[in-house]
Design a protein around this ligand. Structure first.
Ligand code: C2O
Ligand code: CU
Ligand code: CU
Length: 514
């Protein structure tokens, strides 16, 4: 695309913004050589045929309503599920399921979730994308010890500031934020990778009046899709190369997997390569890459005549729809997209493929266009207003380098994570510009607030950088600058790589706000 830089700027609203969504994306040649961040762990049993099982949709949890507060109860427990047809697998799940139940909140209504921990290990629950006071953000040492556990739990990171509880903990989310696709997941110190791998992840959607007023597809045509890769041992158990299989004391993976653990089975909403019957109309899909380390480049086969239309990113609606031919999604990122199956003939099978995958990981999910139907949805040319943070309002600019230490642990500005060090201190309300650089591949995630990408290398934001983000896909030898405003809640927050093996191997930093 000769004029790609130009059209890209336009689509992202940096220049003149008239007209319909332009096509961005396409293949990025330099990525082809760095497809895999991590190492594939082959499953020990035969893998099932693809697209034979129906796509599950996680149930929406019912709150107990009380004035302005919605209360939920979730129990974290061991359960047995069937990821592969006929093969029982033990998981750690929120309410015993994977994905956990979906919470749907209304922006501005406080959501309280009481998490009970009936697992054999401590946990910490983080609402990823939540604008959350520090004491409910799931700081990794704010542990919920198992019911009946004796405190103090022997901690690998003694932390005088930690606030642990036994058996349960109430998390409070004011949700003073835009409609967006958030997710909740475990964030236990040193063991986030294996805990999420075992199943501790779920969706938390926030809706607001602005979004509800749009004619976007909704109801059972608004479907969250949690994409992960997993591997299975010959007995059907989840395979993860932990040094301590019980996940009690020694963190980390065996040497081979320090760069990331990749599986050969793709699960969408907890089913291996599922299929969904769709009407020949528009659907909204909330894509979440909840994989530990795997990145995907999603494409439709055959391509949708209208493309994959992005309407939202991590932090909610874009200003205008952006049409992609392929969609790159790194761990932790969300993309809200609309696909119009009305452009296909009835009877068409449409396969979502992962162009970065090989063999079994090239397939993701399949849609069967089953019948014609009335489409009452619309895709407006204008979705929302995105306030643009002004670089001139930035109080400071920081450089953050994501590195690899000799011992195969990971660093930020040369440091391993320590609960005791404030790596970044900022005042409440300050705007800052952060410049990221690396020689490897890291999805960079910030808690508390969303940011905007100002630049990727020497050009403007990339095709997938639009809107408010909380996770950005930093690729080898790239530089990205982002701008954020640290508003509303003081306290200690995290900033880290969302490759979970990197995160567990010290690639985190503290942001002290206020
Ligand atoms: Cu999704 Cu600090 O994490
Ligand atoms: Cu987060
Ligand atoms: Cu990383």
């Amino acid at each position: 695309m000769g004029s790609s830089r130009h059209s890209r700027r336009r689509v992202l609203g940096l220049g003149a913004a008239a007209g319909a969504a332009a096509v961005v994306g396409g293949t990025v040649p330099w990525l082809a050589s760095t497809d895999e961040t991590g190492r594939l762990q082959p499953s020990g049993l035969p893998l099932p045929a693809h697209f034979r099982v129906p796509l599950p949709v996680p149930p929406v949890l019912r709150p107990e309503r009380n004035g302005d507060v919605d209360r939920y109860e979730i129990t974290q427990r061991v359960a047995t599920v069937e990821f592969l047809p006929g093969v029982p697998t033990t998981i750690w799940g929120y309410d015993g399921r994977f994905p956990g139940p979906t919470i749907v909140s209304r922006s501005g209504r406080t959501t309280v979730v009481n998490h009970r921990n009936e697992l054999p290990v401590p946990t910490a629950v983080h609402l990823h994308g939540g604008h959350t006071p520090a004491d409910s953000d799931g700081y990794p040492t704010d542990l919920v010890l198992p019911t009946g556990a004796a405190a103090p739990y022997p901690a690998s990171h003694p932390d005088p500031e930690a606030h642990t509880t036994i058996g349960a903990r109430e998390y409070r989310y004011p949700l003073q934020q835009r409609a967006a696709t958030l997710w909740y997941h475990d964030h236990r110190m040193d063991f986030t990778g294996p805990s999420i791998w075992r199943g501790l992840a779920g969706f938390h959607l926030v809706r607001d009046a602005e979004e509800l007023a749009l004619p976007l597809p909704d109801g059972d045509r608004d479907i969250p899709l949690m994409i992960v890769d997993r591997s299975f041992a010959s007995d059907g158990s989840l395979l993860y190369p932990s040094l301590d299989r019980a996940l009690h004391h020694r963190p980390g993976t065996t040497e081979r997997y320090r760069q990331g653990v990749l599986g050969d089975v793709i699960l969408v909403n907890g089913a291996a390569w599922p299929a969904l019957e769709v009407d020949a109309v528009r659907y909204r899909f909330r894509l979440l890459n909840a994989s530990n380390a795997r990145r995907y480049r999603l494409s439709l086969d055959p391509p949708a005549p209208g493309g994959i239309v992005q309407i939202g990113s991590d932090g909610g609606l874009l200003e205008r729809p952006v049409r992609h031919t392929v969609l790159d999604i790194a761990p932790g990122e969300r993309f809200d997209v609309v696909i119009d199956f009305g452009g296909y003939p009835v009877g068409q099978a449409v396969t979502v493929r992962n162009l970065l995958g090989a063999g079994s990981t090239r397939d993701v999910v399949r849609f069967h266009v089953a019948r014609k139907a009335v489409d009452e949805s619309g895709l407006p040319d204008r979705l929302s207003t995105v306030e643009r943070l002004d670089p001139r309002s930035a109080r400071r600019t920081r450089n953050l380098v994501f590195g690899n230490a000799q011992d195969h642990t990971w660093t930020i500005n040369g440091h391993h994570f320590s609960t005791a060090r404030a790596d970044i201190t900022t005042a409440l309300g300050d705007v800052e510009i952060w410049r990221f650089a690396t020689d490897f591949h890291h999805p960079i995630h910030l808690h508390l607030v969303h940011f905007q990408v100002l630049a990727r290398n020497s050009t403007g934001p990339g095709a997938y950088d639009g809107g408010w983000k909380d996770t950005v896909n930093l690729r080898p030898a790239e530089r990205i600058s982002v701008i954020a405003r640290f508003s509303d809640y003081p306290g200690r927050y995290l900033f880290h790589c969302h490759n979970l093996e990197h995160e567990d191997m010290a690639m985190m930093a503290n942001v002290r706000v206020g």
